[in-house]
Write a protein that binds this ligand. Sequence first.
Ligand code: SAM
Length: 270
Amino acid sequence: MSGDARPTEGRRTIDTTVAHSARVHDYWLGGKDNFAADRAAGDAVMEAYPGIVMSVRANRAFLARAVRFLATEAGIRQFLDIGTGIPAANNTHEVAQSVASDGRVVYVDYDPVVLTHARALLTSSTPGTIDYVDADLRDPQAILRHAARTLDFSRPVAVMLIAVMHLIVDQDDPYGLVGQLLDAVPVGSYLALSQVASDIQAEQMAEAAKRYNRLARETQRHRDRAEVARFFDGLDLVEPGVVPVQQWRPASELEARTRSAMWGGVARKP
Ligand SMILES: C[S@@+](CC[C@H](N)C(=O)[O-])C[C@H]1O[C@@H](n2cnc3c(N)ncnc32)[C@H](O)[C@@H]1O
């Protein structure tokens, strides 16, 4: 643990009256850190797209497989996981440190509920290995500044943007934000990214986005495969490229046969 979870802006209070993505996601994953407003938004999406629970589970499995690939085949020891979410099965540090106990992870999120979980994690982890930054992805320079307490930016880093870019609307320059993060990491670093699709189950997903956006604090911007692939421009995609998350190096036939409405990929900075 390299320090306390420090906010980069005014500390926010937990607003239970409107749905927040971290808590809605927790609801879909069967967690307990959610309120009536989150469950209402989660149910509204589920009515439009009944596959949502399978989709978020497939995305968590993608996260675990991507981290395992990065820690084993790619030899990565440093992870910058932005849009961490409320802890669930196979969190990044658990997978990374099960492969290499010297793995370092910096988590970043802007949700006050995620922050409370981070505090507990930091007090129970090995000093210097895990840190948490309470910051907004739309301010990448603040994230990089704080992450440098724990990560050595002269050595490769895996930037993890798992199920978070669909919460960054076009006006906030999503490609520019990812570019700033990748500019800060050396050759041999990686980007692992997944995002909600607009072109898988397109009609259901459009209705799901409409319902979510009516009820939640953040606006969702679903993207098609070409728009997701653009996040990897200038990088070398590892096989099989940008695919539905369950098709990214599935560990079993069963895993490959699940369904999701999420695109995902992993790429190396050349
Ligand atoms: C759908 S959850 C994904 C959690 C986890 N990465 C996963 O895939 O299971 C999205 C997370 O991103 C966080 N998030 C959304 N917009 C953010 C922003 N602008 N800055 C930091 N975190 C953000 C939310 O608070 C939430 O915890």
